[in-house]
Design a protein around this ligand. Structure first.
Ligand code: SF4
Ligand code: SF4
Length: 186
């Protein structure tokens, strides 16, 4: 039986090594064999650009859920959900490589987040960030926008955190992309 190719990143990580950089490898190297399958651990979906308090409140609702973030890339807003693909194998390779979705087949290793060296236009990771952003854009939130269905005012939010602009890690959005990870199947 043929053994699957090893994932060197996982092996190095297990040994306490540092994540490698693109420059560490000769041209043509399959970086997926040196990567913890970063692009198989989230999904990202286009969302409408919010422009009213109600729309920003929907974005805030997204962020009230665990394992979510909202980012803006090239003027387009995305909801990101950090979740691991069911088909990602423990060795870091794709378990359904021959039949992986088109979104995975189309993803370019040359433009992927192997190094996470670039940035988002904006990144919101907690509700307070989008609340502060909306207030800067629209002014104070109207009273009716902060009332619940029973007229109950929402809890006062703690002090807002800074919005990450041009300094946060960026991943190419997954609304149209995924991983070309190799199958290790015999
Ligand atoms: S395509 Fe995905 S698995 Fe392959 S190197 Fe890039 S981020 Fe890692
Ligand atoms: S390449 Fe696609 S199908 Fe395969 S493990 Fe990654 S996200 Fe899942």
């Amino acid at each position: 039986m043929t053994r699957p190719p090893p994932n060197y990143w996982l092996r190095r990580k297990g040994a306490g090594g540092q994540a490698p950089r693109r420059a560490d490898f000769p041209a043509g190297t399959n970086l997926c064999l040196h990567c913890p399958a970063k692009c198989c651990h989230y999904i990202a979906l286009h969302i409408d650009t919010p422009s009213t308090w109600d729309e920003f409140d929907t974005v805030r609702w997204f962020l009230l859920h665990e394992h979510t973030a909202v980012f803006v890339d090239g003027g387009t807003w995305y909801l990101m959900v950090y979740t691991t693909c069911r088909e990602l194998r423990p060795d870091g390779l794709c378990g359904i490589y021959p039949t992986r979705p088109k979104i995975c087949r189309d993803y370019s290793m040359e433009e992927c987040e192997f190094e996470e060296g670039s940035v988002y236009d904006q990144l919101f990771e907690v509700p307070q960030q989008v609340e502060e952003y909306a207030e800067a854009l629209l002014g104070p939130r109207p009273a009716e926008s902060s009332a619940g269905v029973n007229g109950v005012t929402l809890p006062v939010l703690p002090a807002p955190l800074p919005i990450a602009n041009n300094g946060s890690p960026r991943r190419p959005h997954r609304s149209g992309s995924a991983s070309p990870r190799l199958s290790g199947a015999p």
